[in-house]
Design a protein around this ligand. Structure first.
Ligand SMILES: [Zn+2]
Length: 451
């Protein structure tokens, strides 16, 4: 049974999919006016791991994440560089997709963009106006939060306390200071014709419309960073209640933010580490371990030591993996007939890994389970009597667990001449012919063979 902490109810709940053995997921993506930093990469890596785990458990997963390609920040950047908004957005969409790939994320099933969904957004807003959940003033359209019950449910706020905290602006045309913008009349940047004005949509409508458009109804999981809970996600829910009378997703999941030196990481504070910058210094495997070493709901305070730790962690896993792979490659080959022996401890380790991931995707405990597995596998390899079958099972187990965390270790089988070189080296060591062994070892290293 997979359990999820549902931000909507603030409870750990059993995951029951809308359709048997299927999972539909939507995660809010980036506003495309810059590269992504490690804070932005946390939901990317974490939700990729969630999708992978569901797949590992046999679910058919549909995972969608958008690109927000209409925004003031994009307009400003375009002005600064004296280029079109499209040039800015397309440049960063391309770069961000490259970063996703470098982080070894599985391709999303779709990456919708706001600019491709304007007709749907206009229809959706029009429908809210007809249902009296939204109103038009001077070409702007606002959502009327007073028209729905439970506004602010996700962030645990009521209309009253939101009103107390709201900035009261006497010039405000809105019915209520906390009503949010659905359509904005504007003379600046990209704009579209609508029944209300020449303008552009507000941010909160795009995700609801894209989800509708792709999934044609409610979904299982809606995710994003904690900072999106309010107002973005509460506003998505409010619109969906107005139009469909459902709350978009049965499970809402939010990952904690990444700080640096106890401070919020932000472009304006200038304490940002770009994902690509970190990837040029470290492997994506260590990067993913760095992120996944901390349970997703906890804040992650980035320090250089965490990266050092993650690098060491990956080295340990990598060493065991390579030794195991080579041992099977060199000694047992595929030719050995299967004898059906099963190592109970390996089965228990698989269960421990699945239990950790099923416990609200506790990746930290899942990584611990991988380390317990590598220790056991090292013992199996040291024990000369271990059956070929058991080692093959161990490799399969390790492959599966690492796949869930998005960590691949790519090794090629050795060619015959490489194999005989390694076997000669092993024999020389056994015979204590150290000079000969050193020469062979050097040859092996020069050929780029990892042992
Ligand atoms: Zn969104």
């Amino acid at each position: 049974m997979i359990k999820i902490y549902n931000s909507l109810t603030n409870k750990i709940e059993e995951f029951v999919p809308l359709r048997k053995n299927e999972v539909s997921m939507y995660v809010c993506g980036s506003t495309v006016y810059n590269y992504i930093h490690i804070g932005n990469s946390r939901p990317v890596i974490f939700f990729d791991t969630v999708a992978r785990f569901f797949k590992y458990m046999g679910y058919k997963v549909t995972y969608v994440s958008n690109f927000t390609d209409i925004d003031d920040k994009i307009i400003n950047k375009a002005k600064q560089e004296n280029v079109s908004e499209t040039e800015i957005s397309e440049r960063y969409i391309k770069a961000i997709k490259e970063t996703y790939k470098k982080l070894n994320c599985l391709p999303h099933d779709a990456n919708p963009k706001v600019t491709e969904n304007i007709d749907g957004i206009i229809q959706f807003i029009d429908f809210m106006i007809k249902k009296e959940g939204a109103y038009v003033i001077d070409g702007d359209v606002y959502f009327d939060v007073a028209k729905i019950t439970d506004y602010g449910q996700l962030s645990g706020q009521t209309i009253e306390n939101l009103m107390n905290g709201a900035r009261i602006d006497n010039n405000d045309k809105k019915h209520n200071p906390i009503d949010f913008t659905l359509w904005k009349r504007t003379d600046e940047g990209k704009r579209w014709d609508s029944p209300w004005s020449l303008g552009r949509p507000g941010w909160h409508t795009e995700c609801v419309v894209m989800i509708d458009n792709i999934f044609k109804g409610p979904i299982d999981i809606h995710g994003g960073g904690l900072e999106l809970k309010f107002p973005h996600h509460d506003n998505e829910i409010a619109q969906s209640i107005c139009v469909h009378n459902h709350k978009i997703a049965n499970y809402w999941m939010h990952n904690g933010r990444i700080d640096m030196g106890g401070e919020k990481m932000s472009k304006s504070l200038g304490n940002v580490i770009w994902a690509d910058e970190l990837l040029s210094k470290t492997s994506y495997q260590a990067y993913r371990l760095l992120i996944l070493n901390v349970p997703y709901r906890q804040p992650l305070d980035y320090k250089e030591e965490l990266l050092v730790q993650a690098t060491t962690d990956f080295e340990k896993i990598n060493r065991t993996y390579i030794s195991l792979f080579r041992k099977i490659d060199l000694e047992f080959l595929e030719m050995k007939p299967a004898n059906g022996i099963i190592d109970q401890e390996l089965l228990d380790l698989k269960t421990a890994f699945i239990d950790a991931m099923s416990d609200d995707f506790n990746t930290a405990n899942a990584i611990t389970a991988i380390f317990t597995a590598t220790k056991h596998i090292n013992n199996l390899m040291r024990n000369g009597k271990t059956e070929a079958d058991v080692l093959k099972q161990a490799l399969k187990l390790l492959d599966g667990m690492l796949w869930v965390l998005g960590i691949n270790i790519e090794l090629e089988r050795l060619r015959e001449e490489e194999k005989s070189l390694v076997l000669q080296w092993q024999q020389a060591r056994k015979n204590k012919e150290f000079i000969q062994a050193d020469i062979l070892r050097e040859e092996i290293t020069n050929k780029g063979i990892q042992l």
